[in-house]
Ligand binder design. Sequence first.
Ligand code: NAP
Length: 298
Amino acid sequence: MNHIIHITGNIVIYTSLAGIVLLFLECIWYAFPRKVKNTCPSKRIALITGASGGLGRQYAFLADRKLKDIDEIWLVGRRISRLNETAGLLTHPAKCLQMDLTETAEISGLKAVFAEGNISVRCLINCAGFGTVGSSSDISIYTQAKMINLNCIAPAALANVCIPFMHPGSLLVNICSTAGFQPLQYLNTYASSKTFLLRYTRALRRELLPKQIRVSAVCPYWIKDTGFIAAATAGGESGIKDFPLSSNVKSVSRFSFFWMKIGLPVITPGIICSLHRMFSKLIPDTVLVYIWDVIRHI
Ligand SMILES: NC(=O)c1ccc[n+]([C@@H]2O[C@H](COP(=O)([O-])OP(=O)(O)OC[C@H]3O[C@@H](n4cnc5c(N)ncnc54)[C@H](OP(=O)(O)O)[C@@H]3O)[C@@H](O)[C@H]2O)c1
């Protein structure tokens, strides 16, 4: 038995060290993007979904202040008045795209817009998303399908449309959640959709590594000052009692924006989500679901 524990311990330690070295090398690779010869000057944009409120709006402000290589910021959401409001607070010229991202056809239409405008996508932040708490049998199949469409299919479709217009040094960021680290009863479809997005983002990162496109997944814990929690609990009895130790949108956006520029693969902006990430790797799912049972009653 001691022998098995010893071997397992060694595997964990040495593969973790290998992971740190690989991560370091990847960040160096991203830090020196190749120059691409482009005879036709293109318009460089940052495209941010969910920019009508919450986290997406903060990312729009940060992109405006901190991204030096963009000419325009494109803001996506359904509430055009809120998008215009965000646009009015930016120093860069902004374009507001009123889109329902659960309609994949609307997303694929962007390809022609990019080609016509000779667009170079320097930054894509997929932030639009929603969740619903409650039992899987109570949440309508319509709502669950919409959640999967917005949280999974839309980011994949947007990546598909944007990648051909991205170049070395471009950023592609998917806003996932700490919920994606484990199965979560009474937040099931949302947590499962974020698990998909997290896995998808990690594999996409490896695919795009040769192109020097930095791909990151951001996995925050509850954020109290966005519309998310109110919308998620609007259905009444939720099965989750409270949202203790919630973070705030400014600290989450600032911390994650810094690390996505460095090119970290998974960003956990806060202590709770960082601990959750670590423990979800160490503890089996069978045990984690019972721990969640205790936490959701606190
Ligand atoms: N807040 C949290 O506790 C928390 C924790 C972890 C992860 N997250 C993730 O963070 C991201 C941002 O959430 P948030 O906290 O900022 O929530 P929020 O304030 O509710 O913002 C959600 C954004 O998504 C957009 N959106 C919703 N449905 C859409 C649709 N069908 N088409 C296009 N846009 C749509 C909304 O814009 P319109 O209504 O104008 O369309 C809004 O701008 C989400 O992906 C969420 O899963 C949030």
